[in-house]
Design a protein around this ligand. Structure first.
Ligand code: ARG
Length: 660
């Protein structure tokens, strides 16, 4: 042992299990049918309360002993939850699971944060027959607030809201820490592994806008987990083993009979796919041959494997062009990777008596799911269902993943629900321990709110789309005459940052659950919540330091000695906004909704603008233009804002430029 983190996290886990079982006991005791001696109930409650308290203490000490613990950005919201949690515990030990709600306040006049627990607690107490005014509850909570480092004062407002004012010195110190240590994530109690299954186009078929969404969202989720210290495995579950290969290979044999010695010149695989599909649909003999090809491929005849590899390579090169533009790192591990495992997985389901026969197919019903999985087709072949069961098995047992996330369109939600339910049924994982989740997203629509198509009604090719983004972004830069100010290299860098940043941001800034309208005009607009606006805001902040002739290292040094004053209302607002970053990330970790980060960065940029408009940072002589005064603590606020923005961009996969 010896390592306090391991030790503490083991104890923590133990405690959590105890709490879980205790709460279950308490719950069952609450059920009137089970009502045992009430003394036992009280005893349990007390024990539960103590355990919770100990858990909090443990959690906090865990925070302190962790290697990066000292430097991590404090999650103010979480700290307040702990403080108020302790207060509520002390004030109302009789409440088993009191509601804890602390939120940041948008309106300054109500304080900085607010605790809204009193109202819900009054309801809870009422249900047990005790009538208490929520304001009294709030007062009692406040009286029981423990000694702490961050609360300046509290006020009780309205029906029982507790408004919390933070200590200026505390906020100021956190800002200094941020500048000195950079943006440090909270320590992880134990190393955790995440698999993110994203992008996942199908070989020989087109990579469409749905795959673009998956690519952008999946990459950003991976970046978030990486930043938070997880071990992330980014997997491209490409469709490379379907029946489409039969017809593709049959067609290849006809069109390029010498394909084994001379690489076939299939530049346009999609056209090739269309041709073969046409023959497949119209020519019975061809169709039969295509099926035979699938069987020979799946039994791994070398010539067929070679043809298959050739076709996959053409697709791969196409996909790679998109990934290069968007700076996506991903490991290809397609359906074919799981071939052998599929046989074993089907056998396991059969051995456990979970397979039913249905007109020659082998199917699996999972609890609570009306649709079955087809694990073996009537011709003996495997399906998308089989490969997903095998992939899940591999990720759980070989990768030993703690978290597995699938990023596809919401239409595939039901498929994943059955796969997950079947895996739980057979005992592969416990959802309380392993997080397996489908992060679905809506469809991409054109500006006419219909399915995204070209004018002529064809599906849009991703490369064409990205090229158009580049063109439009250059037009914009020229329109602003940036080509006259920037060097050619800077101009191209800005062009790419804007084009690809905008495409990504437009996607990420919308709630992924909803459908979203793809509009170049909107995404390239430099007003409103767009990447263009944020990128400009960022370069502007960076230029303030240049204006004052301060380089990064001078600023860092200044952070050691300069107190960050927060006396001006706008300084205070900005300072608090900067420090909300950890709570934003925590929320996204829970719900995987990245638009929260975009909304936050937009709020940060506008809050910065308010600050900059009313607080002088650098004062210049009007006549000579010479710098006469630099308000260093404000320069530090600029720097802290830029630091957070840069980290935010990084998580979104957007590449900021210093000048544009
Ligand atoms: N290839 C599939 C498609 O294009 C997406 C695969 C998603 N991942 C998975 N494990 N099923 O729709």
């Amino acid at each position: 042992m010896g390592d306090p983190v391991t030790e503490y996290s083991a104890r923590l886990q133990q405690q959590e299990l105890e709490i879980q079982s205790l709460s279950a006991e308490v719950e069952s005791l609450k059920n009137p049918q089970n009502l045992g001696p009430s003394a036992r109930l009280d005893e349990l409650r007390e024990e539960n309360a103590k355990l919770k308290y100990r858990l909090n203490v443990l959690k906090r000490s865990l925070w302190d002993v962790s290697p990066s613990g000292g430097d991590a950005m404090t999650n103010i919201n979480q700290r307040l939850q702990e403080v108020f949690g302790d207060a509520i515990q002390a004030a109302f030990p009789e409440l088993a699971d009191p509601p804890l709600a602390v939120t940041p306040n948008q309106q300054a006049k109500f304080g900085d944060y607010q605790c809204n627990s009193a109202m819900a607690m009054a309801q809870m107490l009422k249900a047990t027959g005790t009538k208490v005014n929520p304001r009294e509850i709030a007062e009692k909570i406040v009286r029981n607030l423990p000694e702490n480092e961050l609360v300046q004062k509290t006020e009780i407002a309205g029906p029982g809201f507790i408004n919390v004012h933070l200590k200026k010195t505390f906020v100021s110190k956190l800002l200094n820490n941020l500048l000195l240590s950079g943006v440090q994530p909270p320590p992880l109690a134990a190393r955790k592994k995440v698999v993110v299954d994203f992008s996942s186009p199908n070989i020989a078929k087109e990579m469409h806008v749905g795959h673009l969404r998956s690519t952008i969202i999946g990459d950003s989720m991976s970046r978030l987990f990486e930043f938070l210290g997880y071990d992330v495995l980014r997997l491209n579950h490409v469709g490379d083993w379907g029946t489409q290969f039969g017809m593709l290979i049959a067609h290849l044999q006809d069109k390029f009979p010498d394909y084994l010695s001379v690489s076939p010149p299939i530049g346009d695989l999609q056209a090739f796919y269309k041709e073969s599909k046409k023959r497949f649909d119209e020519d019975e003999a061809f169709k039969k041959r295509a099926y035979r090809c699938v069987v020979r491929l799946q039994s791994k005849e070398p010539d067929f494997i070679k043809a298959w590899n050739m076709i996959c390579d053409v697709s791969r090169r196409e996909f790679q062009r998109v990934y290069d533009c968007l700076d996506i790192q991903i490991i290809e591990r397609g359906e074919s990777y799981y071939q052998d495992l599929m046989t074993r997985v089907v056998k396991e389901f059969e051995d456990k008596g979970l397979v039913e026969l249905d007109e020659g197919r082998k199917i699996v019903f999972a609890p609570g799911q009306s649709l079955p999985l087809t694990v073996v087709k009537s011709d003996g072949g495997y399906t998308y269902d089989t490969s997903d069961l095998a992939a899940l098995h591999q990720r759980l047992f070989e990768e030993k993943a703690d978290v597995i996330i699938y990023v596809t369109d919401s239409g595939q939600g039901p498929h994943f629900q059955v796969v997950f339910a079947a895996a739980q049924m057979i005992g592969w994982y416990d959802p309380k321990v392993t997080r397996v989740e489908h992060a679905g997203f809506g469809v991409v629509l054109g500006e006419d709110k219909k399915k995204f198509k070209t004018r002529s009604g064809d599906t849009v090719r991703l490369m064409d789309l990205l090229d158009e983004g580049l063109k439009r972004s250059m037009d914009k830069l020229k329109e602003k005459e940036r080509d006259k100010v920037l060097t050619p290299e800077e101009l191209v860098r800005a062009q790419r940052a804007v084009a690809f940043g905008c495409v990504k941001y437009a996607d990420l800034s919308h709630n992924r659950i909803n459908d979203y309208v793809f509009s170049f005009d909107k995404m390239l607009d430099d007003r409103g919540n767009t990447a263009a606006y944020l990128l400009y805001a960022f370069t502007r902040i960076r230029s303030i330091a240049r204006l004052a002739n301060l380089d990064e290292s001078t600023l860092r040094r200044a952070a050691e000695t300069t107190e960050i004053l927060l006396d001006h209302e706008k300084e205070w607002k900005l300072g608090k906004c900067i420090l909300r970053f950890p709570e934003i990330l925590q929320k996204i970790l829970d719900d995987l909704l990245l638009h929260t980060l975009c909304d936050y960065l937009y709020e940060l940029a506008t809050t910065f603008t308010e600050f900059y408009d009313s607080c002088y940072c650098v004062e210049k002589d009007r006549q000579t233009g010479e710098v006469i005064k630099v308000n260093m603590w404000r320069m530090l606020l600029c720097e802290a804002t830029a630091t957070i923005m840069a980290k935010g961009f990084d998580i979104l996969g957007i590449n900021p430029v210093q000048r544009m």
